[in-house]
Every structure is written in structure tokens, then in C-alpha cells.
Design a protein around this ligand. Structure first.
Ligand SMILES: [Fe+2]
Ligand SMILES: [Fe+2]
Length: 222
């Protein structure tokens, strides 16, 4: 099935431009770059914890287990990349070691809440059924963004001849995206409507996150 990457609208183009500009500023500043890596690590770890929390007590597939492990590994891998930046240390996820800590902490929570509200309204699901449906939809939206973010980040790291690399994560995220698109197609009536709807929701929340990071980078340069 088609993924939304083939169907890009104007606000997505604007957001991509904003993202690329922001990452260019970030990779040029080691201290900021360390906190950016740590923030991505925080999001990957939060994702892994959310996948675990959404698991059905019995209906856990090999794919779900692998996905949980891979998101945890991404969190660890990103944390390890910080070592490649001289004199930078981000030992924990405390606010001082994150970029735009409030917006970073709110991103997944807001996305979960908004998608959960939509699923409740449209499908009247509750309990485990609601958790499982939200897992698939939220993960799909995140994977679309992860693909875009890590792809551009890796390209900019190469342009800056940085020691940091996210290439191995990108390969995993591409697989996750294809798996989630298939799962939505199998489990939802009118999958295209759901794919577009959750990406629309994610787009707005991600935009708030970018704006918060941008404000912080501007503050640090004035
Ligand atoms: Fe990941
Ligand atoms: Fe992923």
C-alpha cells in the first residue's frame, strides 16, 4: 500500500524546511547537538516503554517484541553517539540535558491523547482494544516522522563530516514504517483515512516541538 511519503502537502514541505534548517544549526554546536541526541534518545526510550505498556497480556507477536527491543536499542545507540562530541555529557534525561524539555516530554503524550480521543469517538473502543488500536496508529505516525527526521539528519551529519551517525536507526525505522502501514491496512476499515488523520494530528504536535526547539536555539545565540 502507499505510504503518505508519496503524498506530501504544502505544510509538510514547510515543516521539512524548518526541520532541515534547525538540524543544520544543531549539528554545528556540540553542546546543543548533545542535548538533541539525548532528546531523541529520550523519545526512543519513551516509545519503547509505551509499546510495552500497550501490549496485550497474551497476543504478543514476534514483531511487537522486536519492535520494542529495537526502540530501546535506538535510545541506547543515540546516547552512545553523544560520546563522539568532545566535552559534552548528558548522563540522564533531566531537563538540563534535553532541548526544549517541556515540549520534548509532551510530544508523545499529546500524540497518544489526541489519537486515543479520535479512536474512542470513531470506533467506540475501550480497554485493551483501545490500547492496541492506538499503538498501531500512533506508531505509524511516528515512523513516518522518524523516516523523514533520521533521513535528513544523516544527510546533514555527512555534510558536516560529523563522527555521529544514525544510519543504522534509519534502516530499522524504514522497516517499522512498512510493517505499521501493513498492520493498519489489515486491522482498519478505510485505512487511508486513518493514516492521513493520524499524520495530520502528529504534524501539528511535531510543529509545536520544532517551534519550541527553534526558540531555544535562537535564545542561546542572542
Ligand atoms: Fe526508533
Ligand atoms: Fe521505530
Amino acid at each position: 500500500m502507499n505510504t503518505r511519503n508519496e503524498n506530501v502537502n504544502h505544510s509538510e514541505v514547510d515543516q521539512l524546511g524548518q526541520l532541515v534548517e534547525l538540524i543544520s544549526v544543531i549539528v554545528a554546536d556540540d553542546s546543543l547537538h548533545g542535548r538533541w541526541l539525548n532528546s531523541l534518545s529520550f523519545l526512543e526510550n519513551s516509545g519503547a516503554r509505551k509499546i510495552s505498556a500497550a501490549q496485550h497480556p497474551e497476543l504478543v507477536t514476534e514483531q511487537i517484541l522486536r519492535h520494542t527491543v529495537e526502540e530501546s536499542r535506538h535510545a541506547w545507540y543515540l546516547k552512545r553517539q553523544i560520546r563522539k562530541l568532545p566535552s559534552v555529557a548528558c548522563p540522564t534525561y533531566e531537563p538540563a540535558y534535553l532541548v526544549a524539555p517541556t515540549a520534548t516530554r509532551q510530544y508523545l503524550h499529546k500524540l497518544d491523547t489526541a489519537v486515543s480521543r479520535l479512536v474512542k469517538t470513531e470506533l467506540e473502543l475501550v480497554g485493551q482494544d483501545l490500547r492496541s488500536a492506538c499503538y498501531v496508529l500512533v506508531t505509524y505516525a511516528i515512523e513516518v516522522k522518524a523516516d523523514l527526521l533520521y533521513g535528513n539528519y544523516e544527510r546533514l551529519l555527512k555534510d558536516h563530516k560529523s563522527e555521529v551517525s544514525v544510519r543504522t536507526i534509519l534502516v530499522d525505522e524504514e522497516n517499522h514504517l512498512a510493517e505499521m502501514a501493513d498492520t493498519v491496512a489489515q486491522q482498519f476499515e478505510d485505512p487511508q483515512w486513518w493514516l492521513e488523520k493520524v499524520c495530520e494530528i502528529e504534524q501539528e504536535i511535531f510543529s509545536n516541538w520544532l517551534t519550541a526547539i527553534q526558540a531555544e536555539t535562537q535564545d542561546s545565540r542572542t
